[in-house]
Design a protein around this ligand. Sequence first.
Ligand code: HEC
Length: 129
Amino acid sequence: MMRSMTHALKAIVGGFAIAAAAAITPAASLETGETLFNNSCRTCHSVKADDNRLGPNLHQIVGRKSGAASGFNYSPSLKGGAITWDEATLDKFIANPDSVASGNTMKPFTGISDAGVRKQIIEFLKTAK
Ligand code: HEC
């Protein structure tokens, strides 16, 4: 009796471990980051080089200086490379653009309050080619 219960328990615990591991595989989270980017940013941004839309292209944006997409007409608040888009700065900017670059024209985007969502979008931006 005790033995079979232990077996059943092990099977249940094992099942949870497998489900948890599947949920955090990199492939799964990257796909989510791309979907979140598509939902929140893609109306205005592409991650392809030189592909400026309503907003500048975000090709290899992590590590890039602000205002660097050639051919895009930036507002004075982003022009001239005053900001370096490292992960922390991007995170702040996506949470509340005006807190990093006041007077920016990234409108009507109002910010993403969910830190987990921001992180996944930034992870996607790091890997997007
Ligand atoms: C409504 C359109 C719109 C949406 C939605 C939008 N953006 Fe923007 N974004 C812009 C515009 C326009 C600019 C240029 C702003 C300026 O010049 O002040 C910009 C600028 C940026 C910049 C600065 C780029 C550079 O070269 O300095 C980053 C980074 C950025 N956006 C990331 C994002 C991310 C990530 C999202 C989604 C979470 C997003 N944006 C959603 C329109 C948008």
